[in-house]
Design a protein around this ligand. Structure first.
Ligand SMILES: *Cc1c(COP(=O)(O)O)cnc(C)c1O
Length: 837
């Protein structure tokens, strides 16, 4: 046996690597030339990779130290379970968090590159659809910055959110092969691979002690291989982990199950296993219903729970009864809520626990976040599918339900209707598992994502459960991370703000309040406008390149970017554009403000109406932009492939933020917060977090319009859209022009369904009910825009009032009320949250 070198000090004492521009340059050389074998003339993607590795090396000591420090016994930790993490790019984010801007620039300069150009080469990690997935990414950022021991668990999709391009005005989807050039940030940790079971059947028996036990046998197993992504905190030397599971076939893919000569079939069977993490389902706010999706959900839940139990054991904990004291799982929507049944299964069948003890643990460490009130998004899985795919978890769900319904029967004896409503199993028309009910029954905390949303949940959908367990329910208003969405995306504004009030806002956004006193100062206003102007030029260049449309940076930039969905009412925006077009054609220029209207977003590939809306936007844009009489007063563009990295350019350049959902339908929204933070003024309905934005900034700095949620519901039974058309000539002109085929001369009839939907008394989104109110609010916008000092003041006050909408605040609330974690590395060698190294 050889003696270890006394100079070699393993883990726990890892020191960070040096960070000067000179050493970074040496590292770039080493990676690009010696490791990648690339000459200086190589494509710059290799320089990107080399820099990413050099930076990851700078994260590694803090990452491992964070990991080993936190893994001590007795330390409570949280796990964020989510089928989606819409991360975007990582490079510039780590540069910011590490404080290595100047050093990275110096090193790249020696390679003839700029940080901006190199950062552009990184593909977005688009492992999510929209707000829900982006929220998970913002949460991870804030937890690291706040020094909270939170680990994210998700799926390592080989294909993320599809790329969208536009052909003849129609959306076309292309696969997002984001891993084609490898992912320099991730670390594969195959030593933590675990096994996930599917199919088979259950067997029941009595063990030696005579206790009833179950076994899940003859299953087709899939391996879950973890890939870790570092989540750096802002200048606090904390690096948390996002662990993404990739599906792999088991080594022995049962060659002997096949006859001799069936080698190829056996290898092909391997693909089936690997399909599980192949692709992100591209449906936002609607159910997927596909067997593969249920496989994904169980795969994530099982692998993550097995891994959390393993971590608990290696940390030296043996007394499982304390598991719930030290672990909490936050479930991002119903997608991962099969975790409730899976933790029960692991505790019962694998750890040998009895039901009551296992249930006490499970129901004390699960927490559920609801993201929607739309009935079509509430997941239900056919019992038949569960029986085939997950027979043992299904038995456990039945037992959870039986015990739960006994509790209901005790509270409301004889109330069979209530039992039917509250049962986790829906009986009619086909038997289905109600995942939201499983989540509520199995969790100690249930939250909505904005004040209105949480209230509507408690008064409506979840009412029976609130009567049973009033203390379970709470609100946690969403946020966004100010590092990505202000410091990184809007460096111009960031510098201006820091010059005024210092850099403290980056880790403590409420400090932006200090800007309020200066909102009327002409000097600040002038600088503020100059920053906005530069950002608008940057966006105009993008719009020109992507859409071929000329945006004039002096005009009002009026922007609606988000997933295309009827409840978000892109159609209302289009009606307003057509109304402006009519006005121009009639020379009605009173109170006119020149506008550039930008719309962007992806439609779910199977959502025909959403795709038709995209076509309508493009058709209207083409007519408006090519009409010589419009004379530059109105431009309209549909920006293809809206994603995180495009929002980083859009939000800083926006004057007017469109948040115009039917009241009561948008759970929170987070796009609204990014815009506000960047000094856009909102035109919005009284919905989701708009309400809290309005309260924070004041009614005089927000353009409110439309029916409120209770008014929408009161009107619904009597809704008569034709009546609005009859009494409003402007609306009539808009509808007539649409119906006349003016925007689709070459494709007659393609918008008939849209016009019919708008005119239907059954229109769930009640677009026409808000048209007049919306147009009036837009006229107030135009009026305010005419007065540059007034607009600058509104813009400054929006940024200054956005402090509440930081995910740092959201995470502090989750922690105070649900997780109850201690910032984990406050002692020892780590700096505490917010302290620069
Ligand atoms: C913030 C964000 C969203 C969410 O936008 P909403 O307006 O809240 O729906 C969706 N997609 C991307 C890429 C985002 O950055």
């Amino acid at each position: 046996m050889s003696e270890p070198n006394a100079d070699f000090v393993p883990l726990l004492a890892l020191e960070p690597l040096p960070t000067s521009g000179r050493v970074l340059t040496q590292d770039l050389e080493r990676y690009q030339f010696y490791h990648l074998g690339r000459l200086p003339s190589c494509p710059p993607i290799y320089t990107y990779k080399a820099l990413a590795w050099a930076l990851r090396d700078r994260l590694m000591s803090d990452w491992m130290n964070t990991y080993t420090t936190r893994d001590r016994p007795g330390r409570r930790r949280a796990y964020y379970l989510s089928l989606e993490f819409l991360i975007g790019r990582a490079l510039a984010n780590h540069v910011l968090n590490l404080g290595l801007d100047a050093e990275s620039r110096e090193a790249l300069h020696n390679f003839g590159q700029t940080l901006e150009d190199i950062a552009e080469l990184e593909p977005d990690a688009g492992l999510g659809n929209g707000g829900l997935g982006r929220l998970a990414a913002c949460f991870m950022d804030s937890c690291a910055t706040l020094n909270l021991p939170v680990m994210g668990y998700g799926l390592h999709y080989q294909y993320g959110m599809f790329h969208q391009h536009i052909e003849n005005g129609y959306q076309v989807e292309d696969p997002d092969n984001w891993l084609r050039d490898g992912n320099p940030w991730e670390v594969e940790r195959s030593e933590f691979t675990c096994r996930v079971q599917f199919g088979g059947h259950t067997e029941h028996y009595h063990d030696k002690a005579g206790i009833h036990r179950a076994r899940w046998a003859d299953t087709s197993d899939v391996l879950a291989v973890p890939f870790d992504m570092p989540i750096s905190g802002y200048r606090n030397r904390v690096v948390n982990t996002l662990r993404l599971w990739k599906a792999a076939a088991t080594d022995a893919f049962d060659l002997d199950e096949f006859n001799a000569g069936s080698y190829s079939e056996a290898v092909a069977a391997k693909n089936l296993a690997e399909h599980i993490s192949m692709v992100l389902y591209p449906n936002d706010a609607s159910e997927n219903g596909k067997e593969l999706r249920l496989r994904q959900q169980y795969f994530l839940a099982s692998a993550s729970l097995q891994d959390a139990l393993r971590q608990w054991r290696v940390a030296g904990n043996s007394d499982l009864s304390k598991f719930a004291e030290h672990n909490v799982f936050q479930m991002n929507d119903t997608h991962p809520t099969i975790a409730v049944a899976e933790l029960m299964r692991l505790l019962l069948d694998i750890m040998g626990m009895q039901w009551d003890e296992a249930w006490a643990i499970t129901s004390q460490c699960m927490a559920y976040t609801n993201h929607t009130l739309l009935p079509e998004a509430l997941e239900r899985w056919p019992v038949e599918l569960f029986e085939r795919l997950l027979p043992r978890p299904l038995e456990i769900i039945y037992e959870i339900n039986a015990r739960f319904l006994r509790e209901v029967a005790v509270k409301w004896p004889g109330d069979m209707e209530r039992r039917r409503r509250m049962s986790i199993i829906e009986e009619e028309p086909v038997r289905q598992v109600r995942m939201a009910w499983l989540a509520i029954v199995g969790s100690f905390s249930v939250n909505g994502v904005a004040a209105l949303h949480s209230r509507l949940l408690q008064e409506g959908l979840f009412r029976d459960f609130v009567e049973l367990w009033p203390d379970k329910f709470n609100n946690k208003t969403n946020g966004v991370t100010p590092r990505r969405w202000l410091a990184h995306a809007n460096p111009g504004l960031g510098k201006l703000v820091s010059a005024r009030i210092g850099e403290g806002w980056i880790a403590e956004l409420a400090q932006l309040e200090k800007l309020k006193a200066a909102a009327d100062e002409p000097a600040l206003q002038a600088e503020w406008r100059a920053v906005k102007r530069a950002n608008k030029e940057r966006l105009a260049a993008l719009v020109k390149a992507e859409c071929g449309v000329d945006f004039n940076p002096d005009a009002l930039f009026d922007v609606q970017v988000k997933r295309i969905h009827e409840y978000k009412r892109q159609l209302l925006n289009v009606l307003h554009i057509v109304h402006l077009y009519n006005r121009l054609n009639h020379g009605e220029l009173d109170g006119w403000a020149d506008r550039c209207v930008l719309i962007g977003g992806k439609a779910a590939p199977g959502y025909a109406m959403a795709k038709r809306i995209i076509k309508l936007v493009n058709s209207v844009a083409e007519v408006v932009n090519s009409d010589p009489d419009i004379n530059g007063r109105l431009h309209v563009a549909f920006l293809p492939n809206y994603r995180v990295s495009s929002m980083e350019i859009i939000a800083p350049a926006t004057d007017l933020s469109e948040q115009i959902s039917t009241a009561g339908k948008e759970a929170s929204g987070t796009g609204n917060m990014k815009f506000m933070m960047n000094g856009a003024v909102t035109i919005g309905t009284y919905d989701g977090a708009n309400i809290e934005i309005l309260e924070a900034v004041g009614a005089e700095n927000f353009f409110l319009f439309g029916l409120r949620a209770d008014e929408v519901e009161a009107l619904r039974p009597h809704y008569q859209p034709q009546a609005y058309v009859d009494k409003d000539p402007a609306l009539r002109a808009v509808i007539d022009l649409l119906a006349s085929g003016h925007f689709n001369l070459c494709e007659p009839g393609i918008f008939d369904d849209i016009v019919d939907a708008l005119l239907s008394p059954q229109d769930p989104w009640m677009v026409l009910a808000d048209f007049r109110s919306y147009v009036d609010a837009q006229e107030r916008v135009a009026q305010a825009w005419q007065d540059p000092a007034r607009w600058a003041r509104m813009s400054i006050l929006n940024t200054a009032s956005s402090g509440f909408f930081s995910t740092d605040r959201t995470m502090q609330e989750y922690n105070a009320d649900i997780w109850k974690l201690k910032p984990f590395a406050a002692e020892g060698r780590h700096a505490s949250a917010g302290t620069a190294v």
